[in-house]
Design a protein around this ligand. Structure first.
Ligand code: ADP
Length: 164
């Protein structure tokens, strides 16, 4: 195994990418050599931003030093299958609270039963990003609220454009 890069799959909706997502990504960089941010796309579910918009927003806010180690792609199949296809052996998930834990434990258990080649790793959110959810960011933005405490500035700008 020496010399082999540890690749982690980081799946989610990222609609839009928040400070909470960035927190988990940065923590993940400490345990993985490379991270694939995987945006789930479901034809039935129309988001606020398109896949291309989400990908561009993420790529643009990545610190320069991380760009070579992070890629962004889409998936619409089983997470474990998508992770394997992307040659990832780790599956990153962030935990905010007990509700996340209960749900994530079920998913980790079932994913583990489907594949023993992909290991789920839970990362705890930092105190500042604990309350942040992309769903609330979308709702607040939709009602004209200020989302700047919760998302990077480039996302604030993209949201302002979207609602104008
Ligand atoms: P999903 O719909 O699969 O939860 P999200 O885009 O909402 O997709 O989240 C992707 C990942 O980021 C999940 O592992 C989620 O737990 C994590 N995450 C989202 N917001 C936060 C946050 N504020 N702190 C820590 N982890 C978070």
């Amino acid at each position: 195994m020496t010399g082999m890069k540890k690749r982690a799959y980081y799946p989610g909706s990222f609609d839009p990418f928040t400070n909470g997502h960035l927190d988990i990504l940065l923590q993940g960089m400490a345990i993985a050599d490379e991270i694939v941010i995987a945006i789930g796309v479901h034809s039935s579910k129309m988001g606020l931003f398109t896949f291309d918009e989400r990908k561009a927003l993420i790529e643009e806010l990545l610190p320069q030093a991380l760009r070579a180690r992070v890629s962004v792609e889409s998936f619409n199949n089983l997470v474990v299958d998508a992770a394997k296809a992307a040659q990832c052996t780790l599956l990153l998930r962030g935990l905010r609270d007990g509700t996340d834990l209960d749900y994530e434990m079920q998913m980790a258990g079932m994913n583990g039963a489907m594949s023993d080649e992909v290991q789920t790793v839970f990362l705890p959110s930092s105190p500042e990003s604990r309350p942040i959810t992309a769903t609330l960011v979308r709702q607040i933005a939709g009602m004209g609220g200020d989302v700047s405490p919760f998302v990077p500035q480039s996302v604030v700008d993209a949201i302002a454009k979207k609602f104008n």
